[in-house]
Design a protein around this ligand. Structure first.
Ligand SMILES: NC(=O)c1ccc[n+]([C@@H]2O[C@H](COP(=O)([O-])OP(=O)(O)OC[C@H]3O[C@@H](n4cnc5c(N)ncnc54)[C@H](O)[C@@H]3O)[C@@H](O)[C@H]2O)c1
Length: 408
């Protein structure tokens, strides 16, 4: 069966969705919608699909069976719930949403409508990650002892100034952790198992005007007794590839993006040398370390394929709504631990009340040329895949920030 896709939110990541859909073979991009009509028109022209200026109308399009949500993080819920109510399957960019309450509303809406919900975590689908997960499941590490995730990235001040929503609690939902390092938070919890307890520090050290953290470090205890650290920053110039390291009584493995750095087991197999050779030099992109658009779309393609197979066979997708919610919960627990100076136990009963949420981003008063050229002011959508994200959403082009919504 061929599946028709509709994309909601036609900014930077939407182009990666369009490319991934094209690569599937059994899918077609049918429609797109953006709160900024010119953005939808431009994207539709580039991607050869139907632009809609009204989400309700796009959701009535009978050729659309799957909707992918590419709006700012705190604006995922409304279109996702509307799509579910219209009987469409829903694939949502990370983070699933920015509070547990909003995640739960999406999960409930999709369950009630009987449609599939998946949260996008492309790194889970990389060959290297799948091998690492298989080694964990086979018990090759012995007793798991340490699990670490390091995301030492770099974002310019212009990146945060480029979109009214970036660096806000209302729509970004947090900083280096909620926006950037969430991929690694998800991976670590998937590989090591559920997190039981967290202690943390966060800070805003190298960017101006943003309301959220640009550096965070947490120590975690997993339910299985293993310990680990999660480090996240957008303030480590020039930005390095993200690393995951897993250690146990009988083995250790470390990855930098998709490339194996060490793969050492007490009980070596013949396969191990092949694995090392096969996975050397695997990373083909900048991994988003310094430029958010320097990523591949192969992870998205693999995840979309998993979702379509799940729809067809009636199984759960690898990353369903509950799996997507998990990293949001861990990050909110880190924020709470950092704010209170006390360790936080998981699972959380509800969204922690964070005083930090009262902090507002100060919008830049003067746009720099790299932030808003005249063409960009016309539309927030990039002209080409190679264009950096800094132009993606000017404060002028941004949809209005919610005036009355309080989060959570
Ligand atoms: N998986 C990844 O590697 C990855 C990478 C980058 C971004 N993302 C995620 O994708 C999402 C979008 O990020 P981006 O960088 O593409 O942002 P962006 O600012 O470039 O694009 C967002 C688009 O959504 C539109 N929009 C805003 N509110 C809307 C609404 N209510 N309805 C419809 N359209 C609306 C804007 O006009 C804009 O065109 C975020 O959740 C982000 O975390 C994921």
């Amino acid at each position: 069966m061929e599946y028709g896709f509709g994309i909601v939110g036609c900014g930077m990541i939407a182009k990666f969705h369009a490319n991934a859909i094209r690569d599937l073979g059994n899918a077609r991009l049918v429609a797109c919608y953006d709160a900024v009509p010119a953005a939808a028109d431009r994207f539709a022209e580039q991607q050869n699909c139907r632009p809609y200026h009204d989400l309700k109308k796009m959701l009535k399009d009978p050729e659309v069976q799957v909707v992918t949500i590419c709006t700012p993080s705190g604006a995922h819920m409304e279109p996702a719930v509307a799509a579910a109510k219209a009987g469409k399957h829903v694939i949502v960019e990370k983070p699933l949403e920015i509070t547990l309450k909003r995640c739960d509303k999406m999960i409930q809406a999709c369950e009630k409508a009987g449609v599939t919900l998946s949260a996008i975590f492309p790194s889970r689908f990389h060959e290297s990650t799948q091998m690492l997960k298989a080694a964990v499941d086979q018990g090759r590490f012995g007793r798991l002892t340490l699990g670490d995730a390091f995301v030492k990235w770099y974002r310019t001040q212009e990146y945060y100034d480029s979109g009214a929503w970036r660096g806000t609690w209302e729509l970004d939902g947090g900083g280096a952790l909620m926006n950037q390092a969430i991929h690694s938070v998800d991976l670590l919890a998937w590989l090591m198992g559920p997190v039981a307890e967290i202690s943390a520090f966060t800070g805003t050290l190298a960017h101006e005007r943003i309301a959220v953290e640009d550096v965070a470090a947490a120590t975690v205890r997993f339910e299985n007794g293993a310990i680990g650290v999660m480090e996240a920053t957008t303030a480590a110039y020039p930005g390095y590839l993200k690393r995951i390291e897993i250690h146990g009584s009988e083995g250790s493995a470390g990855f930098e993006e998709e490339e194996i750095k060490f793969w050492d087991f007490k009980n070596k197999t013949e396969e191990d040398d092949k694995v090392l050779a096969q996975m050397a030099g695997k990373t083909q992109t900048g991994g988003g370390a310094a430029d958010p658009s320097a990523i591949g779309h192969h992870g998205h393609t693999a995840q979309f394929r998993d979702v379509l197979e799940a729809i067809e066979t009636g199984r759960k997708p690898l990353v369903d709504g509950h799996e997507g919610r998990r990293s949001v919960e861990i990050i909110l627990a880190i924020y709470k631990a950092a704010e209170t100076g006390k360790s936080v136990k998981l699972p959380l009963k509800s969204d922690p009340p964070l005083k930090a949420r009262a902090k507002k981003k100060e919008q830049p008063t003067v746009s720099t040329p790299s932030v808003a050229t005249s063409a960009e002011k016309e539309s927030p959508v990039a002209a080409s895949d190679n264009q950096p994200v800094e132009r993606a959403l000017t404060p002028e082009g941004a949809p209005a920030m919610p005036e009355t919504r309080s989060v959570p």
